[in-house]
Structure formats: structure tokens, C-alpha cells
Design a protein around this ligand. Structure first.
Ligand SMILES: Nc1ncnc2c1ncn2[C@@H]1O[C@H](COP(=O)(O)OP(=O)(O)OP(=O)(O)O)[C@@H](O)[C@H]1O
Ligand SMILES: [Mg+2]
Length: 871
């Protein structure tokens, strides 16, 4: 997609010229807007709301539920009945459709509303510079993005979402991901006007893009509907919920299982009516007159409440998780997918470790403790932070600075290093494992270019040693030393320097060469307190954990070992590059630790695992995790992760704690268990009925059930089953990833369907016996009544016995089962029964029926606890 900033005319956007001119055009200044002015502008321009974020309207929601395939089948069958002037059938179908659509739309509305509430909890903010009054000094603060106005000064740091269309004022090492706008997946370099002669897009950061590395500041030129992204969208915005769309072509577990089964059933359903017609025509010579009956049978077979059950089961699971405040599910199907996860990939830092590194050692080339090495590392940390537009403290930098400050205090010496001035900085970023600060000693400003500049580099030992002027033997020796330190579990940074003649030209990565090696800094990052326990719980629950880290293989392996996770042989990102997808899939199966991963490596490993058929989750919090979060079946991010990561995640955790993720996985499995219980119960019961009706239809001179009766009993059964979404699962029962297995389901349904049909046919015999003495007309009515009662009673029994929750069912399920049985017994005796052409039965029938049901219940109980495990 091409975006043309020139095409729209927000003030300042197309103005070339200097930063000051841009600011003036927007009636702003380098110190930011005043709060009263910002308020006035907010009233004028409206909130900075992304159009895609508005909730769906009711008619839209209703229309969407009409589009559902089951509803479509029902509507089709309803139309067929209308054409046949079978108004009773058409009416009942209309009721079914309306009920299911209303339930579904309200369910979704409720789920959306609570999701929106939860999203508020993790809402992204923008960092702005504003003043309280005209004379007050500018202050930097976090502002909800909706309140941004044109003219606001915004600061950007790694992992930030660009909150509106900005024109850059200053930038250091700023690269921006613009895939949402341009489709270009490589990050684009950004600079402020004046720094280079870049073209206009190089000075603009547009809403919808995100910061990959570096920092910058810019002035807002357009908000809300006026942004380039809004202009490029259809009027009513995209139809997607939160979370990223487009996860490649691999379908996620939810699409495969729930949707897969739905479509299989629909095909089956559409075949039913013609089959019934054909059988009746062939055997009984009946014609099109049986069509309403055939239609009713097909409707009876349709699990039309599936979408409602799915939505409520997932929404309920998500609500329970949110109540504890630990897990926020941003996209409902993700809860199902979480339950299906059998491989969980995690980053190391902050997940397995505390991400609170503390200095363990600083040593020189010879391996002797050396305070100067720490000092140089601190110079690097200080100036990369100071020269950033928005200083984002990085845990490693913070640890180095803190250790240095303590050391200086302890020794009481005046640090000559404090005299340095920063000249330029090349920060590290995803895939770039070193940072460089260029400093100089201050002198007469008129001769600023006369002295020397010192490049101070720190970063991953491999990357830094690569850029040092060293003979191969020495390099090998130092590499071994770094490996040894890493094997002790330390995070190791190499420090190096170079003196260069002072210059005016900005520094680039090409200048990071021929460095002089200074020494190593080692930092200890303790394992997270709950990690070992959580890893054990995940293993017990059938989830394989793999570690995908940017850190050294030795450090990662050691941490795993300390947590009781066997690291095996770690594989590095370089090795991943050498493999094609098939080879990587094979390797990934047996590898626990992938180290020195760039973002693309993490994503490739995740994709390889998915390609090999694993439902793969990914937990990460940084810009370097973004690609993998997108690639996974379920992306998980802690609440304090960077904005982009949180925005990409399907599930947000209150803390970066594997324990709560394990709990969420179990909750997902519980929701899936309720969905499969519904399918199991409804399908085996319906399938049994269909077989029985077919057989009976062929044997009897009249229809075994009138179309209206079929549909009414179906309506009651559906209503009762809604309670299944509220079934409570026994958490200990979910030690395996939960996926709906269509084959197993089919086998189960066939087995139990046949069992059900047998009970139905036994009822025939009983009925034939009981109604023998009645006349033809009365006999038919009594027969219908008898079968109606038996049907609802067996359905109640199936519901009670084939559910999978805790032994003691929760109230809604108990009420539903009892209600179904009562309706089955009483409705045929009521006036409504008479309206549906049913008449009371002789008492003898009930005695015989009790016998049939007892036998059926017993067999059901034995079969369920025996060979057939629940699918
Ligand atoms: N501030 C820094 N200064 C110098 N080097 C750094 C800095 N931050 C990271 N590095 C180097 O880059 C490497 C990779 O960092 P990256 O952020 O990709 O991974 P991570 O976040 O540390 O680990 P994980 O992937 O487990 O979260 C680090 O191991 C370190 O060697
Ligand atoms: Mg990280």
C-alpha cells in the first residue's frame, strides 16, 4: 500500500523546512503546549481515537450472528418449509433463529464490553512534553493517547506505538516499523529535518507504526480521523477485534478444531434432509409430503447453539481469570488456543530470571579485577542514555551505572570519567547486541573538533570481539573466557574502546571497528523465585517449555539447569540461519534452548514448531519478541512489556509470572472441555434421535413425530444445554492440552448415538404395547406423547452423565437437567401438549418407560466410565 503524506493537508505535515518552522506552523514550540491550550484543541479536534477501535453497533452485531453457518442452515431450512407452506415448522425455526441470534449477540456484546474494560487496564499512553501554564517549565508526562492534540510534543522510545502522525524534531538512531502502512517489514530509518537531506517520509512517523530502536521527539501533525492510517481505512474501520490479524497462513487451533468441526457438521446436516426424503420415498413410497418432517430432522441434528456455547464458555473463562486480576484475555478464541498449547516458548530475561542484574565482576584482558573496566562500561551506559531523546532505562545499563556509583562512593575518588561529554550514541536494539557512546574531554568550544573522540563500546562478547583488532589466538582465548563466565550463569558484556580524531560527521556502525579490547563485565541475574515451581507445573500439565533468548547460550543453559529444566545442547541463531524450514522443524523438536536469537530467529523457531503441528504459545515482553508474538498461536505479554508487544499479544499477564500463565492454560482447557461436552451431548443425543426416527419412519404407517414436536423438543434441549457453559471443571483433570479431536468425537457420537437409538427403539416396543388398546387416531397422539417424554428424559440423562465437570454439578446444570425432565413428563399432559397433538398416556407406559430408562442409564454409565474416554 502506498501512503502519500502530501495528499492530505494537515498543517505542518507537508511543510518542509526546519523544526522551528514546523512548530510555528502548528502554533506550538519546543517547550510543548500549555495544558489549557491542549484542552481547547481537544475540544476543537476531538479525541485521538483510532477508527477501528469503535465497538460494533447492535444491527451490525445481529447481522454478524446471522452470517453464522448454523444460522444460515436454519434459515435455509425455514425457507424450504415456507415454500412448502408448512407454517408451523417455519415458525418454530424462526423462533430458534431469533433465540440463538439474540443470545449470541448479547453474549458477544457482554464479552466485548468486558474486554474493552480490560483493555482500559492495559491502555497505551504517550509520553508528552507540556507546561501547566505559559510561564511554567515543561514537564514530561504520560498521557492517554486519546487526549493527544495537534501541536503536542511527543517523545518516542523503543517499543512505543506511534500514537498519532508526528513530524520529527530530533532523533537518535531511530528506526521505525511501518509494516501496517507500507507492508514493508524491514524497519525504516528516521531522522529529523536538517540532520540529513532525507525525503519527507524520513521525517514523519505515522500512526500505526512502531519504534524498533533508538529514540526521538516529534510534534503531532494529525490525530484521530485525520491521520494517514485513518484515511487509508474503509469508513467503518476494520472488522477486527483487538490483537493483530494476519498470522501467516497457518490456522490457529480454534480455527482448526471448533470451526473445523462446525463445517463438517454443516455438510452432514445438509445431507440429512435429502436422505430422509429418499429413504421414505423408496421404502414407504411417500412423496414430498414428508419434506417438513425431513427438514425438522435436519434441524434437530443441527447443534445451532454451538456459537452461543462457545462464546459463553470462553467469556466465562476469561471473566474468571480477569477477576483475579492476573490474566487478561484480549481475544476470546485465544483462551481456547491457550488450552491447546503443548509447546510454550519463553524468553529468558524476566521470565526465568528476575531481570534485576547486579554486578558480579569487572576484569581486564588478563582476567584481573579492574575498576576501570566498570568505569568505561558506565561511561557507555551514561551517554547512550543521556543522548537518547527519551531515556529508557535498560536493566543492564542501570546495573552498570548503579555499581559504578557505589564503587566511586566506596573509594571516594573524584572520577575523571565524569568529565567526559557525550558526542554521539549508537544504541543497541533488536538484533543489534552492542551499544556505542562517542565521548570527548571538554575543551575550548571553539576548538571542539581539534581533540580526539573516544568510542566506548559495550555488548555481547562475540559481537564486540569481532570488532576488536586482535590476533586470532587472543580472540579465541578471550572468547573462551567469556564462555566460562557465561557458564557460571553470568550475563557477560565485553567493553572496548577506540580513539579517533574529532569530527563533525555523525557516527555509524561502520565506525565500530579496530577497537581495543578493554575487559569483561559480568552481571548476575537471579532466577525468578516462582519459576522452578511453575516450570514443574507446566511439565505436569503436558506443556513443553523452550527458551528463546537473545543472551549467551552458556548463561541460558546455566539458568535452565538451576531451575530444573534440562537445557540439552543450546542452539544459536547463527545455526538457525543455516537450516531450511524442514531441518529447523526437526531440530526444534529436540532443542530446549535457542540462544543469541535475533527477533527473526525467535519467529522462525515458533513457526517451525507450529508447522510441525504443535500448538505454540510465546511469552515475551520486548521489541525483540514482537515477531515471535505475532508468529505464535497465542502471544502472551506481561502488562509492563513495551507497548507494541502488549498490543501484539492475545493474552496479557499482570506480572511476568509463569505460574499465572499455567493457570490460564488450565482455564482454557476447562472452557474447551465445556465446549466439547456440549458437542458430545448434543450430537450423540441428536444422532440417536435421527436414527430412531428414520427407522421408526420406515416401520410405522404414520410419522414417528410431527415436525412441530421435533422442533419443540429441540428448543427445550437447546435451552437446557446453555447451562453447560457454566459447568465447573476439576482443574486436576486437565493435565493434557485440550483440543477437540474430530475423529474421537465422531467415534464417540456414533457409539453413544447408537446406544441412544436402541433406547428409543425399545421405547417403541413399549409404546406399541401400551397404546395397543387405543384407537388409531388416539394411538398416534399417545405415541407422540410417549416418545416426546422419553426423548427429553433420555436427553436429561445424557446431559447429566456425559458432562465432564466436577462430580457435583453446579446449580445451572442441575436446574437445567431437572427442568428438562419435568418438561418431558408434564408438557404432553398440558394444554400445550394438546396443541401439539399429544394426548395423555396410560399409567402402564410410565412403568415400562422407567424400566427402559434404568437399563439405558446403567449402560450409559458403564460405557462412559469404561472404554470410551471422553473426546
Ligand atoms: N544495554 C546494553 N548494552 C550493551 N549490550 C546490550 C545491552 N542490552 C543488551 N545487550 C546485549 O544484547 C544481547 C541480547 O539482548 P536482547 O535484548 O536481544 O535479549 P534479552 O532481552 O537480554 O534476552 P531475552 O531474549 O531472554 O529477553 C544481550 O545478551 C547483551 O549481550
Ligand atoms: Mg527480553
Amino acid at each position: 500500500m502506498a501512503w502519500a503524506p502530501e495528499a492530505r493537508t494537515a498543517p505542518g505535515r507537508d511543510t518542509g523546512g526546519t523544526s522551528l518552522e514546523v512548530l510555528r506552523a502548528l502554533d506550538s514550540g519546543p517547550r510543548g503546549l500549555t495544558e489549557p491550550e491542549a484542552e481547547a484543541r481537544l475540544a476543537r479536534h476531538g479525541e485521538n481515537v483510532f477508527p477501528g477501535r469503535r465497538p460494533a453497533s447492535w444491527p451490525r452485531r445481529f447481522a454478524r450472528s446471522l452470517r453464522d453457518p448454523f444460522t444460515a442452515v436454519l434459515i435455509f431450512l425455514g425457507l424450504v418449509s415456507s415454500v412448502m407452506a408448512s407454517w408451523g415448522t417455519a415458525c418454530v425455526i424462526a423462533v430458534l433463529v431469533t433465540v440463538s441470534c439474540v443470545l449470541r449477540a448479547t453474549g458477544e456484546h457482554r464479552a466485548d464490553r468486558s474486554a474493552a474494560g480490560l483493555r482500559e487496564l492495559v491502555a497505551t499512553t504517550a509520553t508528552v512534553r507540556r507546561r501547566a501554564t505559559e510561564s511554567a517549565p515543561p514537564a514530561t508526562r504520560e498521557l492517554p493517547v486519546e487526549q493527544l492534540v495537534p501541536g503536542d510534543l511527543v517523545l518516542l522510545g523503543p517499543g512505543d506505538l506511534v500514537p498519532a502522525d508526528l513530524r520529527l524534531l530530533r532523533a537518535t538512531g531511530l528506526t521505525v516499523h511501518e509494516a501496517a502502512l507500507t507492508g514493508e517489514s524491514a524497519p525504516a530509518d528516521k531522522s529529523a529535518p536538517g540532520a540529513t537531506t532525507a525525503t519527507a517520509p524520513g521525517h514523519l512517523c505515522l500512526q500505526g507504526s512502531s519504534v524498533v530502536s533508538g529514540t526521538g521527539s516529534g510534534v503531532v501533525v494529525a490525530t484521530g480521523r485525520d491521520t494517514v492510517l485513518s484515511g487509508a481505512l474503509p469508513a467503518d474501520g476494520p472488522d477486527t477485534g483487538p490483537g493483530p490479524g494476519g498470522r501467516g497462513r497457518l490456522p490457529r487451533p480454534f480455527d482448526r478444531s471448533v470451526n473445523g468441526i462446525a463445517w463438517t457438521l454443516i455438510r452432514f446436516m445438509l445431507l440429512t434432509a435429502p436422505l430422509v426424503l429418499l429413504a421414505d420415498a423408496l421404502v414407504r413410497g411417500r412423496g414430498l409430503a414428508t419434506l417438513p418432517f425431513a427438514v425438522a430432522v435436519a434441524v434437530g441434528l443441527t447443534p445451532e447453539m454451538l456459537p452461543v456455547i462457545v462464546t459463553s464458555a470462553l467469556a466465562r473463562g476469561a471473566a474468571l481469570l480477569a477477576r483475579d486480576g492476573e490474566v487478561i484475555v484480549r481475544r476470546l478464541p485465544a483462551l481456547h488456543d491457550l488450552g491447546a498449547v503443548d509447546v510454550l516458548c519463553v524468553d529468558k530475561t524476566g521470565t526465568l530470571t528476575e531481570d534485576r542484574p547486579v554486578l558480579a565482576l569487572a576484569e581486564d584482558t588478563a582476567g584481573h579485577a579492574d575498576r576501570d573496566v566498570l568505569r568505561w562500561a558506565a561511561v557507555n551506559a551514561l551517554w547512550t542514555l543521556h543522548l537518547a531523546e527519551l531515556p529508557v532505562p535498560d536493566a543492564l545499563d542501570e546495573a552498570v551505572l548503579e555499581a559504578d556509583a557505589t564503587d566511586v562512593l566506596a573509594h571516594g575518588d573524584e572520577p575523571p570519567f565524569a568529565l567526559f561529554e557525550g558526542v554521539d550514541a549508537l544504541p543497541c536494539g533488536p538484533g543489534r547486541r552492542l551499544s556505542t557512546a562517542v565521548v570527548r574531554l571538554p575543551g575550548d568550544p571553539r576548538f571542539a573538533l581539534a581533540g580526539t573522540h573516544t568510542l566506548v563500546v559495550k555488548g555481547a562478547p562475540e559481537d564486540v570481539l569481532d570488532r576488536c583488532a586482535l590476533d586470532p589466538a587472543e580472540r579465541a582465548r578471550l572468547t573462551r573466557r567469556a564462555d566460562d563466565l557465561a557458564a557460571e550463569g553470568l550475563r557477560v558484556l565485553a567493553v572496548a574502546r577506540a580513539e579517533r580524531p574529532a569530527r563533525d560527521r555523525p557516527y555509524t556502525e561502520a565506525d565500530e571497528r579496530d577497537l581495543t579490547f578493554t575487559g569483561f563485565v559480568g552481571l548476575a541475574d537471579a532466577p525468578a523465585p516462582t519459576a522452578a515451581e511453575a516450570l514443574a507445573a507446566l511439565a505436569r500439565n503436558g506443556v513443553t517449555v523452550k527458551v528463546l533468548t537473545g543472551d549467551h547460550p552458556g548463561t541460558a543453559a546455566r539458568v535452565c539447569r538451576e531451575l530444573g529444566l534440562d537445557p540439552g545442547t543450546p542452539v544459536t541463531g547463527d545455526r538457525v540461519d543455516e537450516l531450511d524450514d524442514a531441518e529447523l522443524a526437526r531440530l526444534a523438536a529436540d532443542t530446549t534452548v535457542f540462544a543469541r536469537c535475533a527477533p527473526a530467529h525467535k519467529a522462525r523457531v515458533v513457526r517451525a514448531l507450529r508447522g510441525a503441528g504443535h500448538a505454540t504459545g510465546f511469552l515475551g515482553d520486548g521489541v525483540n519478541d514482537l515477531a515471535a508474538l505475532h508468529a505464535a498461536d497465542v502471544g502472551v505479554c506481561p502488562r509492563d512489556g513495551v507497548d507494541v508487544a502488549r498490543e501484539a499479544a492475545d493474552v496479557v499477564l499482570a506480572s511476568k509470572d509463569l505460574t499465572s500463565l499455567d493457570r490460564a492454560i488450565v482455564a482454557g482447557r476447562g472452557a474447551t472441555a465445556n465446549i466439547s461436552a456440549y458437542l458430545r451431548i448434543t450430537l450423540s443425543s441428536n444422532f440417536g434421535n435421527v436414527i430412531a426416527m428414520l427407522v421408526a419412519g420406515l416401520m410405522l404407517p404414520f410419522l414417528p413425530m410431527l415436525p412441530a414436536q421435533v422442533l419443540v423438543q429441540n428448543l427445550f434441549f437447546d435451552a437446557a444445554q446453555l447451562a453447560l457453559a457454566f459447568d465447573r471443571q476439576d482443574d486436576r483433570a486437565h493435565t493434557r492440552p485440550a483440543v477437540l479431536r474430530p475423529r474421537a468425537l465422531l467415534r464417540f457420537v456414533t457409539g453413544f448415538g447408537l446406544l441412544n437409538a436402541t433406547a428409543d427403539l425399545a421405547t417403541f416396543a413399549v409404546l406399541a404395547l401400551a397404546v395397543r388398546s387405543l384407537g388409531a387416531e388416539a394411538g398416534q397422539d399417545a405415541f407422540h406423547a410417549g416418545w416426546f417424554t422419553e426423548n427429553l428424559l433420555t436427553q436429561a440423562m445424557v446431559m447429566a452423565l456425559l458432562r465432564s465437570g466436577r462430580l457435583r454439578a453446579p446449580r445451572p446444570v442441575r436446574v437445567a437437567v431437572a427442568g428438562l425432565a419435568i418438561v418431558g413428563l408434564l408438557l404432553p399432559l398440558s394444554p400445550l401438549g394438546a396443541m401439539l397433538s399429544m394426548s395423555p398416556l396410560p399409567a402402564l407406559y410410565y412403568g415400562l418407560l422407567a424400566l427402559v430408562l434404568t437399563v439405558y442409564g446403567g449402560v450409559l454409565w458403564v460405557a462412559r466410565s469404561g472404554r470410551f474416554s471422553l473426546p
